[in-house]
Each structure stands twice: as C-alpha cells, then as structure tokens.
Design a protein. Structure first.
Length: 476
C-alpha cells in the first residue's frame, strides 16, 4: 500500500513539472501573465523553493496568493472542476480538502477577456498520523517500479508534443483571428466614415430645407400682406362704387326735382301773362301779378343756380337746412303764389289757414317746394268752377303734430292711381284740365321731402267726388 502511494506521488510530481514547463514555453511577453506571490499552510508561510512539494494533513487550510500582469479577474479550478467563476480578489483559501493528490488551476482574464496561461499547483493531503501507529522501520526501502517510471516519461513526452502542436495551432488561429479583426476593423472604419459623410450631407440638406422654409414663410407673409392690401383696396373700391351709385341716384333725383320745380314757376309765369292779356285789371291787380312774376322768375333763377352747383360738385348736398320758422306764413305765401294761376283757370281757390300755428323746425325752401307741388297739382287737374281749399291745423297736442292739406272736389282718383300716386315717374290716368304737361315727379318729390323731415304724407280720394292730399310734421 505504501509503495503504491509513493508511485502516485511521483507521477503527480512529474506531471506537474511537465505542465509547468509547457506553460512557461507557451507564454509570450505580450500576453497576460499570472504568478503565485504567497502560499501558506495554515498560518505557516511555505518557502518558494518548497512550492513544488506541498503536503497537508487533512483538516489543514491552504492559502494561495497570486497576481496578474494587469488588472484582471480569475477563474479557480480544483481537480478540473470550476469552483469560482469570477474571483476579484488576488487570493484564495482551500479548506475541507479530502485525502489524496489535488491539482489547483488558476486562469486570469483582463478587460478585453484575453485569458492568461493557466497557473497550476499540485499538492497532497494525507490522513492525520494517530499516536501508537505501527512505525515504519528506519531501514525500510521504498522501491519504485522501473516500468512505471518509463511509462510516465513516455506519456509526458507525448503530452509535451501534443501541447506544442496545440500551441502552434493556437498561434495560427490567433493570426487568422487578428487578420479577421483587422479586416473587420477596417470595414467598421469605412462604414463609420460613410455614415459620418451621409450625416453631414443630411445636416446640410436639413439646413437648406430650413432656409427654404424661412423663405417660404417670408413669401407667405408677403402674400398675406398683399392679400390684405388687395382686400382693403377691394373694400375701398366697393365703397367708392356704392358712393358713386348713391351720387348718381342723388344727381338723378336732384335733376328731376330741379327740372320739375322749374316747370311750376314757368307755368305760373305763363298763367300770369295770359291773365294780363285776357282781362282788364286795375293797378293793384297788375301790381300783384307783377310781384308774382318776379317771385316766379326768382325761383327759376335759384333752381338754375342749384343745378350749376350740383354739376360743379362731386356730391350733392342732401342735408336739410333746418331752422325754426312760421308754418302759417309759409302756407300764406304758397297760397298767394298760386292764386293768379287758379284765377286764370277759373278755379275757386280758398285759404283756410289756421290763425295760429306752432313754429316748426324745417327747411323752408323744401317744405315750400312740397306744398307748392300739391297746390299746383290740385289746380292743374281741377275743372273750371270747382273748389280747391288750402287748410292747416294742429292734429294732436300730445304728439305735437301739425297738418297741412289741399282738398278739391274735382275728378278724384281711381283705386289704381291711389296705389301709385307717390311713385317716381307715375303718370296718373286723370289729365290736366288746361292741357298742361305732367312728368309724374311732383308727388314723389313731396313724399321724399316730407319723409326727410320725419313727417308723413297721404292721399284720400274718391273717383268723381274729389281728393285730399295732406302731410303732417312734428313740432317741438
């Protein structure tokens, strides 16, 4: 039994030194290296010269200190079994070891995961010697079988050759791997360069797009401003068009009114002249007719001047020239102006003006023009020997309204004429009794003037009985 144990020890020692020699030959200066720095058995430090022949008793611990040539972590194997996959510390303690021969292997790995050559340590563990055990005689010889020794030597030589072959292949593989790594690194560098160039190109295109967007934003803002300007111009043109349309309409109305109003004093002048030629008149009557002729002539001159002003100005002046005036005096003046015309047509013309009327705020010329149109129309359409009455009165003291009306007992109006009597240009079915001309504007002018004074105009008529034309005005 003792002889067999010695053979095992010899085999382990030979194997250990063969492996150590192989590791030393395989190491290259540029690779990661690993060495023991300290070995302790229990608390006793073992000299480096004795590291190749370490023997423990069962129960003793073995402390191993080691160091790598650079920062690394370690993998620990015992008898070919991994017992510590990633050891950070640079020491390890073996304990609770069983009896027999053990091989401790240590491999270091750096941050690039390059591994070092394995570091090996062989040691044995024996049972504790019991006191009283049969001692071995001092002169006992321990014989070693020579066949076993030769076999071990041959096996070590074969193992050494295999290791050399593996190292050679490893070098070749490392070279191939390095070549592939270099090629891959070159490809990566080229790919990185391409990506960098494409990124720069994309950034340049992005900057161009940003500049283009800014230009488009500026163009849009410019177009929006131009559009706003065009809209403003359009609105101004529309306002100008509306203004021109109003101006044209007002000019037409003013010309129609002026032409119509010229016709009335001209007809009155004609009547006065016929009256002078047809009757023998005393001095007072002649004086009255001459005064009426002068007044009618002044009206014609004034209307002509107004027409010249309208033509000269770009816009007529539709505003009323309001002033507080006596409506009673205005009614009397219109009666006196048309008295000779009625006398010439043998129409009985009566003034039933109220003795007292409140003053009203009116445009004297406009109201006189409206009343003159109503009176002139009544006389124009009145048959001889019929009656025309001019009346005025206060209608409602609470509402403060004053009424002026012209009543006749002439031919009257039909229902159709009543509906369109105040329409512009409406020529009624009744005909003037003295072959006078009718433009259809007189009553339309009356309605326009009265409504501008916030008043009201109306007509009451029955065919064959007569008509009453009236208007009312507010007073303060």
């Amino acid at each position: 039994m003792r002889h067999t144990e010695n053979n095992h020890k010899l085999f382990a020692i030979i194997l250990f030194w063969v492996l150590q020699l192989t590791i030393i030959l395989a190491q290259r200066p540029t690779e990661l290296t690993l060495n023991f720095t300290e070995i302790q058995k229990g608390t006793t430090t073992i000299e480096q010269s004795s590291w190749g022949n370490i023997s423990l008793e069962k129960g003793e611990t073995l402390y191993l200190g080691f160091a790598a040539s650079e920062a690394a972590f370690f993998r620990v194997f015992l008898n070919g079994v991994l017992i510590e996959p990633k050891l950070i510390e640079s020491y390890y303690t073996l304990k609770d070891l069983s009896a027999g021969t053990h091989i401790f292997k240590l491999i270091a790995y750096n941050k690039e995961l390059m591994e070092s050559a394995p570091l090996l340590l062989s040691f044995s563990v024996t049972e504790k010697i019991i006191v009283g055990e049969k001692k071995i005689e001092a002169g006992e010889q321990h014989l070693i079988n020579p066949v076993l020794v030769y076999g071990l030597v041959i096996m070590c030589a074969v193992l050494f050759g295999v290791i050399l072959i593996l190292l050679f292949k490893k070098n070749n593989n490392s070279t191939d791997t390095s070549t592939k790594l270099v090629e891959e690194l070159s490809d990566l560098k080229y790919s990185y360069k391409r990506v960098k160039e494409e990124l720069a190109q994309e950034q340049e295109e992005n900057e161009n797009l940003k500049a283009r967007i800014q230009e488009l934003d500026y163009s849009v803002k410019t177009l929006e401003k131009a559009n706003v300007h065009l809209v403003e111009q359009k609105e101004k043109l529309a306002a100008s068009k509306t203004k021109l349309e109003i101006l044209h309409k007002q000019k037409e109305e003013m010309f129609a009114i002026a032409i119509h109003d010229i016709k009335n004093p001209a007809s009155a002048i004609r009547g006065y002249i016929e009256l002078l030629n047809s009757y023998e008149l005393n001095a007072n009557e002649q004086q009255e007719i001459m005064a009426s002729l002068v007044a009618s002539s002044e009206d014609i001159v004034k209307l002509s001047q107004d027409m010249c002003v309208i033509i000269a100005k770009a816009m007529p002046e539709p505003k009323l020239k309001l002033q507080t005036a006596s409506l009673k005096n205005l009614v009397d003046d219109v009666f006196n102006q048309n008295a000779s015309y009625a006398k010439a047509k043998k129409v009985k013309f009566y003034n039933k003006n109220a003795n007292e009327l409140p003053d009203v705020k009116i445009d004297m010329e406009k109201i006189e023009e409206a009343l003159d149109n109503i009176v002139n129309n009544a006389i124009k359409y009145a048959p001889p020997e019929t009656i025309v009455e001019l009346r005025s009165y206060v209608k409602d003291l609470n509402k403060k309204l004053v009424v002026v009306e012209v009543k006749d007992n002439g031919v009257g109006l039909s229902d159709a004429d009543l509906k369109r009597s105040f329409q512009k240009g409406a020529v009624l079915s009744a005909k003037p009794t003295g072959f006078e001309q009718s433009s259809g504007l007189g009553l339309w002018i009356v309605k326009k003037i009265i409504e501008e004074h916030n008043g009201k105009v109306w007509v009451e008529s029955k065919e064959g009985v007569g008509s009453t034309f009236a208007f009312e005005l507010p007073y303060e």
